[in-house]
Design a protein around this ligand. Structure first.
Ligand code: ATP
Ligand code: MG
Length: 662
C-alpha cells in the first residue's frame, strides 16, 4: 500500500475502511447522522483514484444542495483529487445539457426560467383558476412535485388519489394549469429546474450515441444523501449508469426531509433488492457530536412511528463528554432572539469562531427577529437559502460592472478596486437592515472578500484575473462565503455541522408546521427535521421557544410536541401554558397535551393514561413500567437526585415497550 493510500485509510474506522476499499460496483452505506458517510465517500473516491482503479475525471459525485456539493469539492481538493466532480443533480444536468443540446436539438441551449410564478399566473388566468400569489405558489410546488414524481398532467388526478394527496385547488384545475404552464414555457424556449433533469434523462434514453459518449466519459458514480432522491433524479441516475453498476450511495432514512417534494428513501432502503451483490455497510459510531447530543438525537428519532427496517440505527457517541443540551422558554420572540444573541456573544468571547455557530429554524420568516437581535449585538451573520448565488440580480450586476472595469485596466490594489466598483451597484460601508437589502449587501461583500482572499493567496492578482476567477466559480456554482453566524432553515442545514447550534422557535404550528396537522406522514417528516437539526451540533446545543410572538402578546403558543419526554419533568421549562376547549389558560404537565406516539393533540380528546391517543396502539408492558418507576424513585432517593437523572420518562417507556434504549 502506497503512502497516499495509507493516509487515506488512516483516521477511518474498520467499517468506514471497508466501504472505502469495497471493490468497484454497487456499494451502499446506511448510517445515521454524523457517522462519517460523507467523509467515507470522499475517501472512497480518493482511494479509487489513487490506487488507479478509476481516473478522477471519470468520477461524478452528486448531492442535493450547492453548499453540500461545495463542501464535497473542498474535501476532494484536500485529498488531492480536484479533478473529481462533485455537483448537485441540477448543476450536473445543466452542464451536460449545455454540451449535448446543440447536437440533439440543433438549437442554442434554452435559458433557465426566471419569473416562473408569472408564467403559472398566466396559465391559471387562462383556465379560470385562482391567481392569488399564495395559490400560485402552491400550484408551483404542486407542479414541481408532479414533475419530480414523474407524474404527467394526464396522470395527475389518478396519482394524487393513489397517494391520498390533497391538491391546492381542484385536481382538474391543477391539470389545466400544469398543461398551460408547460406550453407557455416551451413556446418561450425556457427550462425550469425539473426540465433540466427531464431533458437530461430523455437525451440519455433516446440518443444512444450521446449515452455512449457519456458512459465513456463517466464511469464511477457516488450519491450522498441518497435518502432524498426523487423518482426524476433516480431516472437521471439510471441514465447515467446505463447497464453498469458502479454506484456508491450513502444515506440515512431518518433524515428524509423532502418527501413533500417527491423524495423517497425507498431506493436507499431497497438498494440490495436492485443490486443483490452490493456491499452493504452500516456505521454506528457518531464522530460529530458529544454523547449528550447523541443521546438527545436518539431520543428524538426513537419516538418516530413506522420506522422502516434499515432506518432503526442507533448512534453511539465517540467524542468526549460536553455540555448538556439546554432547553429555554421565553415569553416572546424578541426576548428569545435577544437571549440567543447574548449567548452567541459569550461563545464568541470564549473563542468559538463565528463560522462555527448556526441558528436554525423551520421557516425562513423566522430569521427576521434574529437578524435584528444579531445586528443590535454587533454580531455578523449570513442568511442561508443562499443558493444560486451567481443567478442573483445584484451578483450579475456586480460581475458586469467588474468586467467593464477590468476592460478601462485601472491602477490600484485589487480589493480596493473591487470595492469601489461595487459601490456603483449599491455596496455601502455599513450593512443595511431588512431581509432582502441585507442579503444583497452580503452578496456584494462576499465578492469583495473573495478579492481579498485572492490577493492574499495569488501573487500578482489583478482585476482581469479576479473576473476570470468569478466566472470559473459561476460555471461551477461555487459561491464565496462570508464570515459570520449562519442563519439557515433546517432543510438547508442538512449534511452540515457547527460547534454550536441554536434550534429556535420550537413551537407547535411552526415545528411541526401547521399544515402537517392531521397528516401523519407529514408530522413524521417534521419530527425528522428536528432530528436533522439536533444532529448538526458538535458540542453546544440550545433549544428554545417563546410563548407569544410579540412582547405583551397573548402567551398562547405551545412548545413543540416532539420535545415531550425529552425535557425532564421538573426542569423549569416543563411549565407550559395550555389552552383547553374553553380557551381557558391552564397550566398542566406536558404529558397531557399530545400523544407521545403520533404527536396529535390530546386536548379535547379522551387520552389514555400513558399519554397516547386512543388510535395509537401500545405494547407497553404496564406492569414492567410501574416496577421501573418504583425502582427509579428508590434509586433517586438513594442518590439524592431528581428522578429524571436516573432515567428519563422516555427511557422508561422505551424499556417498557422493549424498544432499543440509549
Ligand atoms: P450527515 O448524515 O449529517 O450528513 P455524515 O454521516 O455524512 O453526517 P460526516 O459529515 O462525514 O458525517 O462526518 C461527521 C464528522 O465526523 C465530520 O467532522 C468528520 O470529519 C468526522 N469523522 C467522520 N469519521 C471520522 C473518524 N473515523 N474519525 C474521526 N472523525 C471522523
Ligand atoms: Mg453527510
Amino acid at each position: 500500500v502506497g503512502e497516499a493510500e495509507k493516509n487515506l485509510l488512516e483516521g477511518l474506522d474498520p467499517e468506514q475502511r471497508a466501504a472505502v476499499q469495497a471493490p468497484r460496483g454497487p456499494v451502499c452505506v446506511l448510517a445515521g447522522a454524523g457517522t462519517g458517510k460523507t467523509r467515507t465517500i470522499t475517501h472512497r473516491i480518493a482511494y479509487l483514484c489513487h490506487t488507479g482503479h478509476v481516473s478522477a475525471g471519470q468520477v461524478l459525485a452528486v448531492t442535493f444542495t450547492n453548499r453540500a456539493a461545495g463542501e464535497m469539492r473542498t474535501r476532494l481538493r484536500a485529498l488531492g483529487i480536484p479533478a473529481a466532480q462533485a455537483r448537485t443533480f441540477h448543476s450536473a444536468a445543466l452542464r451536460q445539457l449545455r454540451y449535448f443540446w446543440p447536437r440533439v436539438v440543433g438549437d442554442a441551449p434554452w435559458n433557465l426560467i426566471e419569473g416562473k410564478l408569472r408564467l403559472i399566473g398566466q396559465a391559471a388566468h387562462k383556465v379560470g383558476a385562482p391567481t392569488e400569489v399564495e395559490v400560485l405558489r402552491d400550484l408551483a410546488s404542486e407542479i414541481e412535485w408532479a414533475k419530480a414524481s414523474l407524474v404527467s398532467p394526464d396522470d395527475y388526478p389518478d396519482a394524487i388519489r393513489r397517494r391520498h394527496r390533497t391538491p391546492p385547488v381542484p385536481a382538474e384545475q391543477v391539470v389545466a394549469v400544469y398543461q398551460g404552464y408547460e406550453k407557455l414555457k416551451n413556446r418561450a424556449k425556457l427550462l425550469d429546474f425539473d426540465d433540466l433533469l427531464l431533458h437530461t434523462a430523455a437525451v440519455l434514453e433516446e440518443h444512444p450515441q450521446v449515452a455512449e459518449e457519456f458512459h465513456e466519459r463517466y464511469r464511477c458514480f457516488v450519491v450522498d444523501e441518497y435518502q432524498d432522491v426523487t423518482p426524476l433524479q433516480q431516472r437521471v441516475l439510471d441514465g447515467w449508469l446505463g447497464q453498469r453498476d458502479d454506484l456508491t450511495v450513502v444515506g440515512d432514512a431518518n433524515q428524509t426531509i423532502y418527501s413533500f417534494a417527491g423524495a423517497s428513501p425507498r431506493p436507499l432502503l431497497e438498494f440490495t433488492r436492485r443490486f443483490p451483490e452490493a456491499s452493504v455497510i452500516r456505521l454506528e459510531r457518531d464522530y460529530r457530536s458529544t454523547p449528550q447530543v447523541v443521546t438527545l438525537a436518539n431520543q428524538v428519532i426513537s419516538a418516530a412511528r413506522d420506522r422502516p427496517a434499515g432506518s432503526r440505527l442507533k448512534l453511539i457517541g465517540q467524542r468526549p463528554a460536553g455540555p448538556v443540551p439546554q432547553f429555554h422558554e421565553y415569553d416572546d420572540e424578541p426576548a428569545e432572539a435577544a437571549a440567543v444573541a447574548e449567548r452567541i456573544k459569550d461563545l464568541v468571547d470564549a473563542g468559538t469562531p463565528l463560522s462555527e455557530i448556526a441558528v436554525l429554524y423551520r421557516v425562513n420568516a423566522q430569521s427576521e427577529a434574529y437578524e435584528q437581535a444579531l445586528t443590535e449585538a454587533g454580531i455578523p451573520y449570513l442568511v442561508r437559502g443562499g443558493e444560486r448565488f451567481f443567478e442573483r440580480q445584484e451578483v450579475r450586476q456586480a460581475m458586469s460592472a467588474l468586467r467593464m472595469a477590468s476592460a478601462d485596466a485601472p491602477e490600484g490594489e485589487l480589493p480596493d478596486l473591487v470595492r469601489r466598483t461595487l459601490e456603483r451597484v449599491g455596496l455601502t460601508a455599513e450593512p443595511p437592515t431588512g431581509g432582502s437589502a441585507r442579503e444583497r449587501w452580503e452578496s456584494l461583500l462576499a465578492i469583495v472578500e473573495l478579492a481579498e482572499e485572492l490577493t492574499a493567496t495569488v501573487q500578482g492578482a489583478d482585476l482581469p484575473r479576479f473576473v476570470a476567477e468569478l466566472e470559473t466559480r459561476a460555471a461551477a456554482q461555487h459561491p464565496p462565503t462570508v464570515e459570520g453566524v449562519t442563519l439557515a432553515s433546517l432543510h438547508a442545514s442538512k449534511g452540515l455541522e457547527w460547534d454550536a447550534v441554536f434550534l429556535i422557535g420550537l413551537v407547535d404550528g411552526t415545528l411541526p408546521i401547521q399544515f402537517a396537522d392531521g397528516d401523519e406522514p407529514a408530522i413524521e417528516e417534521e419530527r425528522r427535521l428536528l432530528y436533522v437539526g439536533v444532529t448538526r451540533a458538535r458540542e453546544h446545543l440550545w433549544l428554545s421557544w417563546s410563548l407569544s410572538r410579540s412582547p405583551g402578546g397573548r402567551r398562547h403558543r405551545r412548545r413543540c410536541r416532539f420535545l415531550y419526554g425529552l425535557i425532564p419533568d421538573d426542569h423549569p421549562t416543563a411549565r407550559l401554558v395550555r389552552r383547553d376547549n374553553n380557551h381557558n389558560h391552564t397550566k398542566g404537565p406536558a404529558a397531557k397535551l399530545s400523544c407521545r406516539v403520533c404527536g396529535r393533540s390530546l386536548v379535547g380528546t379522551v387520552a389514555t393514561k400513558l399519554g397516547r391517543c386512543t388510535d395509537c396502539p401500545s405494547d407497553v408492558d404496564e406492569e414492567l413500567l410501574s416496577k421501573l418507576r418504583d425502582w427509579r424513585m428508590t434509586r433517586a432517593k438513594e442518590l439524592k437526585v431528581p428522578a429524571y437523572v436516573v432515567f428519563t420518562d422516555a427511557t422508561l417507556m422505551a424499556i417498557a415497550e422493549q424498544r432499543p434504549t440509549d
